[in-house]
Design a protein around this ligand. Sequence first.
Ligand code: NAD
Length: 354
Amino acid sequence: MKIAVLPGDGIGGEIVAQAVKVLRALEHDGLRFAMEEAPVGGAGYEAAGDPLPEATLAIAKQADAILFGSVGDWKYDSLPRAKRPEQAILGLRKSLGLFANLRPARVHEELADASSLRREVVAGLDILIVRELTGDIYFGEPRGISTLASGEREGVNTMRYRESEIRRIARVAFEAARRRGKRLCSVDKANVLETTELWKQVVIEVARDFPDVALTHMYVDNCAMQLVRNPKQFDVIVTGNMFGDILSDEASMLSGSIGMLPSASLDAANKGLYEPIHGSAPDIAGKGVANPLATILSAAMMLRYSLERPQEAARIEAAVQEVLRKGYRTADIHTAGMREVGTDEMGDAVVAAL
Ligand code: NAD
């Protein structure tokens, strides 16, 4: 199995090294990972004058899956937009056709007190948000800012979805629900937006192929409210690019720490890019204090979705659960009676638990 390892900037190198260590610990005669590392983001710009160097893209294209750290640093803020580190992630999504973003939000029992919501609302939470990633108002044309004949300026963006785009993301979501609690909630604004009226119709059509999954529908404003009122009512949520952008960030905060949450971005053949949801945290880079668990859990998602190794994925998740149960915490999570460790020690603890 070929894995492209793209650590990126800031804490990227430190956290990706821990996930690599965990993957190596899983290897045995029947399971070997061929890992190839390449610079991306600011590191790509330094190495080749481009946040997504051609050689890096070639390695990513040839791989079965991509393990990505994070990109970005304030020192690149003055570069032209096309040269900024964040362009690398957009370029990878586009070049590899990564249209499905999977973001689980899970609250480990031990960390329930770290959430800003009450323990009883979030303890044991385990939901998955499936967000469409390459369509919707973020990409729709026409777009732009123009000046009207009256001299007043006007901004325009276009919300657009083709049937085929809705169908393929719906299938990903139904399949994910099938592997979990078999419940899918499709989120739209069909009462006012025709684009999402079509969304709802197509999701209902796809549901015929998944009779074992219970489908419900919810308006996005209600969903935003329900996520903080009673988030445990959900299993899998599927929604478009813009609604998913907002709802997945809202859901991530239920868990209390940005350092715990993995994500996957998949293409039509389940090849994927796996990364923590947080950024490059330049404020703590190089200090050895970053939480590597989101990246380690991203490696577990990689085993489940792209490499078809669900048992190894579950082993990593159980090992993470075990180190949390034992009280190991990086500085970003504060709970009573914790044992504070650095990035490297946390990686070692997960390997030991494996
Ligand atoms: P950030 O996620 O990097 O950091 C926000 C806060 O969370 C910081 O205080 C940071 O120290 C903390 N934090 C983040 N990850 C952590 C971890 N694993 N362990 C402990 N603490 C952690 O967001 P930001 O500060 O807004 O952005 C910094 C840079 O990251 C920017 O250049 C931004 O563009 C980039 N960014 C990249 C990605 C990506 O690579 N996909 C995503 C978001 C932001």
